[in-house]
Design a protein around this ligand. Sequence first.
Ligand code: AP5
Ligand code: ZN
Length: 217
Amino acid sequence: MNIILLGPPGAGKGTQAQSLVAERSMVQLSTGDMLRAAVKAGTPIGLKAKAVMEAGELVSDEIVSGIIGEALDQLAPETGVIFDGYPRTAPQAESLDALLAARGRVLDHVIELEVDEDALVDRITGRYTCATCGEGYHDRYKLPKVAGVCDKCGGTEFKRRPDDNEETVRTRMAEYRAKTAPILPIYDARGIVNRVDGMADIADVAAAIAKILDSRT
Ligand code: AP5
Ligand code: ZN
């Protein structure tokens, strides 16, 4: 099964992808995570992407479709994929069709997380991740069970993203409205879009997604 999680910054794409990975034998392909890894490693792609990401703008279609193609080539054909943060533009949606078709993969569902934009700033500015394993947390909505200790790996160092300040979040939202939301009709026309209330509790959003994924299996 191959699915896209679509929604504005802070909608919960990464949170839900992580829970799907934990519960099903699926792999999360997050272009944001892959680009952040490239920035950290100082690769040529990372050097190009750094300033663009810090400004909240979109990295070029060629770069992100290239890294998705490479990531797909590392996977066994039967491994299900969760696309998180990709595609984000009409050319990326076209590239994804070609990348999937070339590998005999079918896109089963596009899950749109519907959210109230005002709440997203609060979500994004409150979030942080484990510096060791990448598990996501939030100052108010998802705290580690033991304060200061990662539930997943026991790590005690946490970090925040440089693009998680209010000004950059506003730019990221404007990019979403202008370039990403317009790709939804492409998938609506194929009858594969499922809309989920992304304002519900994390567990309820996960349950709604699970119901959709299990509906045709
Ligand atoms: P990316 O990393 O994809 O960031 P984003 O789309 O802005 O999404 P986020 O990661 O901010 O949010 P999310 O929806 O995953 O929410 P999360 O689950 O963390 O992209 C970053 C940058 O990389 C882009 O700006 C761009 O420059 C570049 N880039 C990436 N992909 C690209 C592409 N395809 N093309 C071009 N450029 C690209 O949740 C947020 C917080 O809320 C968490 O703390 C979580 O615990 C909490 N939370 C989640 N769900 C709930 C809930 N239901 N209730 C309460 N709290 C919740
Ligand atoms: Zn951890």
